[in-house]
Write a protein that binds this ligand. Sequence first.
Ligand code: MLT
Length: 407
Amino acid sequence: MITINEHYLKLRASYLFSDIAGRIARFQEEYPDREIIRLGIGDVTRPLPKACIAAFHKGVDEMADDATFRGYGPEQGYPFLRQAIAEHDFHARGAAIEPDEIFVSDGAKCDTGNIQELFSTDIKIAIPDPVYPVYLDTNVMAGRTGSHADGRYQGIVYLDSTKENGFAPEPPKEKVDLIYLCFPNNPTGSTITKDQLRRWVEYARNNQALILFDAAYEAFIRDESLPHSIYEIADAKEVAIEFRSFSKTAGFTGTRCAYTVVPQECLAYDKSGNRHSLHAMWNRRHTTKFNGVSYPVQRAAEAVYSPEGKAQVRELIDYYLNNAAIVRKTMAELGYDSVGGDNSPYIWVECRKDSWDFFDMLLRKAGVVCTPGAGFGRCGQGYIRISAFNSPEKVKKAMANIKAALR
Ligand code: MLT
């Protein structure tokens, strides 16, 4: 008899964004003529930067020619891209990350979801609340939690991210083994200072713990005092893995390209306390289960680092940040407190009501899709997340509709 992984039965029925997509589809069936403005899932709306498109085309042309055609590439990514990443994303910020520590992949969602395979099932995990659901759900699937009660899984150490702590929790008093952090944060849009991040690195070093640092939104940082990478903190290479993505940086959500940094120094332990290289383990996993991002896509990603690419990416991010400013201003005018939106594409709005009710109300009365905060965890109750990924025209229209609905 074929039997199932019963840990799946502990999961909520569907993934948050699939659940929301279902609600929107039902609404559209009911009201086929109503215009809907999507400020929900963080999916980009603008085309790839011109520099990336040119490189992409050139890569495709090379695949059409006997002399330049390529079959399987290195699973970890082509040297040209790993070199460009190391130089521009890390060396330029004083972080000593080398190309062979970079693993190019098809998405930070997959990597943040898959990384937990490297660890034993009885480790103690700390996960922020609210949180990007992938971190939690993949650990539930792997059997690292008990059942779900009162909006929480047993066995997880939740790091409450609240108004009181500026949505940047401090390390817990108790000992944990694996810590998920995401800054600029999804969903709250909050940021972390170097001092705060240093305390996490110290905590991990003192507890033989590991930090999984999701920096998918670093390109949105405009406050130069904020860290773009955890490796800007001394000694972080021993205790941190970092995830990056070209999705939000350069509009690659539909093109798929990301990378994970696993430093050579990064260690974990077996039951006898022997040290093991996580770099070697991730390399083993990556080469066994992944066959590389396509050559033209990696050429397109490399172009992000050309002078034109950098300027175009900056302009692209500014475009979304301007939208974010419009959202924050409107919500403030309406008397709603919010955070995020200045170094992040997400605005976390205190709606002072049940978040799913507020979500439904905005959809029905304003035709605007947001994301209910409660979908990201218990601490998200009473909040909604508004994403800046749309055109300024649509964002302005959405804000006008919301004003009319709420007044
Ligand atoms: C989000 O809306 O939180 C993101 O789109 C999720 C993702 O990048 O997978």
